[in-house]
Design a protein around this ligand. Sequence first.
Ligand code: ADP
Length: 318
Amino acid sequence: MTDLVILGESMVEFSQRGPGLFQQSFAGDVHSVAVYFKRLASPGDRVRLMTAVGHDAASLGLVAALKQESIDTSLVFRHPTRQLGLYMVNTDSEGERGFSYWRSDSAAREVMPLFRESTHVAGDGGYLPCGIAPGPDLFFFSGISLAVLSPGTRPAFWELVEQLHSAGTRIVFDPNYRPKLWTSAKETRTEYARAFEYAHLALPGIEDLEVLYGVKDFRGACDFLQGFDIEELVIKDGPNGVCYRGPFERFVEPITPVERVVDTTAAGDSFNGSYLAYRSQGLSPRAAIARAAKVSALVIQHQGALMDSAVFNRALVK
Ligand code: ADP
């Protein structure tokens, strides 16, 4: 049985379906990783989303939506005054999509103080991560998870990562770079260096590494990341293949490009969730990458991050 904790932010999504008509759902990079992991993992595997929500109706709706996907909500904390972040996907007359975000005051930014309060051990001035003790097998976070944490709360986050790392939890990191969420690329590189130091498994996309570090291909990415002690590297590059570097093998797995891409939202996140699910079922890295690529290929042929679960299950069986 695999026990996975994923830290980050889920938001309310309003996606335009017609003039003045929006469909409401919930989304976020870690949200997609959790959903696809749970849909594909063995029934006994557990995934907990570690985040914060408010007391408003949308927050309650999110918790219900997570439960419907069998995602454990015991690490979803309630902020007394803040609410969920929100974003809107507008589609213009040419079919081009634009995104607007309202997330700068979201509850999820305060997940660390809420976690600390919930686990605080009075008297010794410190705290124990008893909320997630014993340490999970895997702890996943992304560059977005890091970026949205209120800056003053990052030390508590790194302290938790240190404790989990020492307790034997495998740390999994996807840089998922969103420049608008950071004050500078320098700040991002400082935080990412720490993340790469801790990571046992890193799942970067070439595009992110190119913007931040100037690497242009798999070789450049591997050379750059060699400076860190990362056990397993899974480097994504859209339809151009996936590069794997692990203790026992190194290869590039080719990808069959999708002919008609509908929406690339969650390409990388669905890949991450399914890769983790297939690996925890004992599949080899090569087999897990091949199957995760099939899942992502399916996801990008549908609108939105989360495919309807019945449609998803039927398509996977084919
Ligand atoms: P990220 O969102 O992390 O940058 P990528 O764009 O590299 O991720 O895509 C993640 C995965 O989605 C790829 O490794 C691949 O398996 C799949 N994928 C993305 N684009 C395509 C495509 N055009 N055709 C087939 N598969 C794709």
